[in-house]
Design a binder for this molecule. Structure first.
Ligand SMILES: C[S@@+](CC[C@H](N)C(=O)[O-])C[C@H]1O[C@@H](n2cnc3c(N)ncnc32)[C@H](O)[C@@H]1O
Length: 270
């Protein structure tokens, strides 16, 4: 066996998937691999996570991180299905912009918004790179379960800071790193992966491949600070009302009662 093809616990979305293989961080290869996944499989395999939900058990309706968005200029990083842009467009945001590495996801967003009688400026690009998005322009930049795909967290946060007006807000959600380490097994939660391990790995999903790394919370916090953001609010709590209303008895729901499966951060550009 290739010495890098060692088994390691790997959680994507709600549960454990496949055997992860350690890989080197090569931005070009990772972008090719991941954009192929999102072009061909994407949300058909992983499902969409979109506003008002920040994750399975956290909602904007309860948290009110955006507040009143009427007249505000919005940019979504990793716009995927377009459902979050629709949510904000229907709340009278004045401009909708979206960017995504996948042509197919951009097309999905376009079709979804058109069907809802909305339109957006859409750009196909990796979030790590400059791509013609205006600077000092947006009231809000946000991202729902897409930021973690970046190969360069600090660089991406610096790009995002450049798009925001002074005092503009950046709101994003991602899988909580504790959730990525803990597996439900025989009615117990078992810590199976080292929280500090941020190495890159590939995993096969539905005959396609994804490459990513799991970062510590401090990595996100420190990268935000370096990019000139101050954190205003962080949410880790699973919402009891959402859990009760779903009558969900899955391992994922049981896990969400015991530990954070999603984190959301609202940060402000100084
Ligand atoms: C989990 S989906 C986002 C879900 C989205 N909130 C929705 O409602 O569909 C992640 C998105 O990030 C995009 N993505 C992955 N890597 C990216 C990168 N480096 N730059 C920009 N977008 C990326 C994918 O194409 C995908 O559309």
């Amino acid at each position: 066996m290739d010495k890098k093809s060692v088994y390691r616990t790997n959680i994507i979305g709600a549960g454990e998937v496949g055997t992860a293989r350690s890989v080197d961080m090569n931005k070009k290869v990772i972008h090719t691999t991941n954009s192929l996944f999102w072009d061909t499989k994407g949300s058909d395999v992983l499902g969409a996570t979109a506003l008002p939900l920040y994750g399975a058990f956290v909602s904007e309706e309860k948290c009110q991180l955006f507040g009143d968005v009427s007249g505000k200029k919005m940019l979504e990083i990793g716009c995927g299905s377009g459902q979050s842009l629709q949510y904000l467009g229907e709340r009278k945001a004045s401009e909708l912009w979206g960017m995504d590495i996948s042509e197919n996801q951009i097309e999905k967003t376009r079709q979804h918004l058109t069907a809802s009688g909305l339109s957006a400026k859409l750009i196909c690009s990796p979030m790590e790179e400059k791509c013609g998005i205006p600077e000092n322009y947006f009231d809000f930049v946000y991202s729902i379960y897409a930021i973690g795909w970046t190969t360069d967290l600090e660089g991406t946060f610096c790009q995002i800071a450049s798009y925001l007006k002074k005092d503009g807000a950046f709101i994003f959600s991602w899988s909580h790193p504790i959730h990525k380490c803990v597996v439900a097994e025989n009615n117990m939660l078992v810590f199976k992966k080292c929280y500090f391990d941020e190495s890159w790995y590939s995993v096969s999903l539905d005959e396609s491949t994804l490459t990513l790394s799991d970062r510590k919370l401090s990595t996100y916090v420190n990268a935000l600070s370096k990019a000139g953001f101050v954190i205003e609010q962080m949410i880790e709590q699973s919402d009891d009302e959402i859990m009760q209303s779903r009558d969900d008895n899955s391992d994922f729901a049981k896990k969400a009662k015991m530990l954070p499966v999603t984190f959301v951060i609202k940060a402000r550009k100084l």
